[in-house]
Design a protein around this ligand. Structure first.
Ligand code: C5P
Length: 414
C-alpha cells in the first residue's frame, strides 16, 4: 500500500518516526509530507532515515516537483494519512484551502483520507473543531481517534493521538485497495438504505435504516476491486468513492433499478430495508384529519432479493436479516425460502443495528455459519465482503479465484 503520511505541527509529531516503522512493518511504502510547523517538532533527517524516501514539505521545491509532482504524489497514494492532524489542518481541509503541499495533495487526491487528530482536549471539544470533524466524517474522511488520557500540556481529556500501532492497524483495516483485490473483474450490485412509500403527497411509510451497512459493504467491495453499483434509498451519506450510485425512493423503483443492472452481475447483496407493504392508492391531496380513526389499505411490495435469487443463471445472492428475536431460526428460514446463497443476520432493537456505527453479525449458508463480533460497520463490512468472496468462489468460481491479497490486518493471508 502506498501511503502519503502527512505530519502536521503538534507535539505528537515526535511519534512520527515510530508510526512510519509500524506502517512499513505491514508492508507499506511511505512518502512523508511535512508542514512547516511539523518541522518544529521532528527532523526530516530522522523521517528520511526510517521511510527511506526524501521527505517533502515545500510545494515550490522545483527539483522535488520535477522528480514527482504534487499531482503525481496525489495519484500515487492509495491512502493519505495525516498523523498527527491538528485542528488547523482539519479546518483547512474542510474549507478546501490549499496553502501548502499537504493540503494541496488532500485536494488533488482521489484516495481515501484518514486523520489521526491530536490536540489539547479543549481545542478538540471546541464546537468549531467538532463541527469540522462532523463535516469530514460526512464526506467519508476516516477519523482515527483521538484517544483519551494524559496530554503533553499536563491536562487530561480527549485529544491524545492514538498509539502508533493502533493507527497503523486502523489504516490497514480501512479496506483500501492496492489493485489485486479478491473481487477484481467482478460486478457487484448492492441495495442500501430504506424505501419510502407514499401515503399522500406529504407523508410516507419508511423505517429506521440509515444505509450505513450497505454503504460500508459497497466501500469494502470497491476495496476488493469489484465494479460496484449501489442502489440506494434516501439516506444522508456521501457516495463512496469509485461506486456508481443509483438513487431511488420506493420499493418498486428499487426493484426496477436492480433488475436494470442485474443481468451480468456476479454478486448481489441486498442490504436495503425495503418496505414490505405500500399504500394501495396514495391520496392525491394531503389527507385531512376529519375522522377519529382511519385505515390505510396496504399491498405487498415486490421482494427484490427473492426475485434476483430466482433468476436463471443469476448472481450469487446475499441477503440481510435484521431480527429482534430468534435470529438463527428466522435467518435460516429466509435463506431457504428466498433460495439465497448466504444470509447475514443481525439483531436490531432499541439500541442495536439501525443507524449506529457498530454492528455484530452471524452469517449462515447451507452448510455452515460464521460469527462476527461487534465492530465498526466499516471493519465488519471488510470481513463480510471477504467471506462473500470466499463463498462465491467456493460455489461458483472454482479455479478463477485471484491470488488472495487481503489487506485487512486481522485476516491477513498471502
Ligand atoms: O423478508 P425480509 O424483509 O426480512 O428479508 C430481508 C432481506 O430481503 C434483506 O436482504 C432485504 O434487503 C431483502 N428484501 C428485498 N425486497 C423486499 C423485502 C426484503 O430485497 N421487498
Amino acid at each position: 500500500m502506498n501511503i502519503v503520511l502527512g505530519i502536521t505541527g503538534g507535539i505528537a509529531a515526535y511519534k512520527a518516526p515510530d508510526l512510519v516503522r509500524r506502517l512499513k512493518e505491514r508492508g507499506a511504502d511511505v512518502q512523508i509530507v511535512m508542514t512547516a510547523s511539523a518541522e518544529e517538532f521532528v527532523t526530516d533527517t530522522a523521517l528520511q532515515a526510517v521511510s527511506g524516501r526524501a521527505v517533502r514539505s515545500n510545494l515550490w521545491d522545483k527539483e522535488a516537483e520535477r522528480a514527482m509532482s504534487h499531482i503525481e504524489l496525489a495519484r500515487w497514494a492509495d491512502v493519505v494519512l495525516i498523523a498527527p492532524a491538528t485542528a488547523e489542518v482539519m479546518a483547512r481541509i474542510v474549507s478546501g484551502g490549499a496553502p501548502d503541499l499537504l493540503t494541496t495533495i488532500c485536494l488533488a487526491t482521489e484516495a481515501p483520507l484518514a486523520l489521526a487528530p491530536a490536540m489539547n482536549h479543549v481545542m478538540w471539544n471546541n464546537p468549531a473543531t467538532q463541527a469540522n470533524r462532523a463535516v469530514l466524517e460526512q464526506r467519508g474522511v476516516h477519523i482515527l481517534g483521538p484517544g483519551v488520557g494524559s496530554q503533553a500540556c499536563g491536562e487530561e481529556g480527549a485529544g491524545r493521538m492514538l498509539e502508533t500501532d493502533a493507527i497503523a492497524a486502523a489504516v490497514f483495516d480501512l479496506g483500501i485497495s492496492h489493485g489485486e483485490g479478491l473481487l477484481k473483474g467482478k460486478k457487484v450490485v448492492i441495495t442500501a438504505g430504506p424505501t419510502r412509500e407514499s401515503i399522500d403527497p406529504v407523508r410516507y411509510i419508511s423505517n429506521r435504516s440509515s444505509g450505513k451497512m450497505g454503504y460500508a459493504m459497497a466501500r469494502a467491495a470497491v476495496a476488493q476491486d469489484a465494479e460496484v453499483i449501489l442502489i440506494s434509498g434516501p439516506v444522508d451519506l456521501p457516495a463512496p468513492p469509485g461506486v456508481e450510485v443509483r438513487e431511488v425512493t420506493t420499493a418498486e423503483q428499487m426493484y426496477g433499478a436492480t433488475h436494470a443492472v442485474i443481468e451480468d452481475a456476479d454478486i448481489f447483496i441486498a442490504a436495503a430495508a425495503v418496505a414490505d407493504y405500500r399504500p394501495v392508492a396514495p391520496a392525491e391531496q394531503k389527507i385531512k384529519k376529519k375522522r377519529e380513526a382511519m385505515t390505510i389499505e396496504l399491498v405487498r411490495c415486490p421482494d427484490i432479493l427473492a426475485s434476483v435469487a430466482a433468476l436463471d443463471g443469476g448472481p450469487f445472492t446475499v441477503g440481510f436479516a435484521a431480527e429482534t428475536e430468534r435470529l438463527e431460526e428466522y435467518a435460516r428460514a429466509k435463506l431457504v425460502n428466498k433460495k439465497l446463497d448466504m444470509i447475514i443476520a443481525n439483531r436490531v432493537g432499541a439500541d442495536r443495528g439501525f443507524d449506529r456505527d457498530d454492528n455484530a453479525a452471524t452469517v449462515f449458508w447451507a452448510a455452515g455459519e460464521r460469527q462476527f463480533p461487534e465492530a465498526r460497520k466499516s471493519e465488519l463490512a471488510n470481513e463480510l465482503v471477504e467471506l462473500v468472496a470466499e463463498r462465491y468462489y467456493a460455489l461458483r468460481g472454482t479455479g478463477t479465484q485471484p491470488r488472495l491479497s487481503i489487506i485487512s490486518n486481522k485476516n491477513r493471508r498471502t
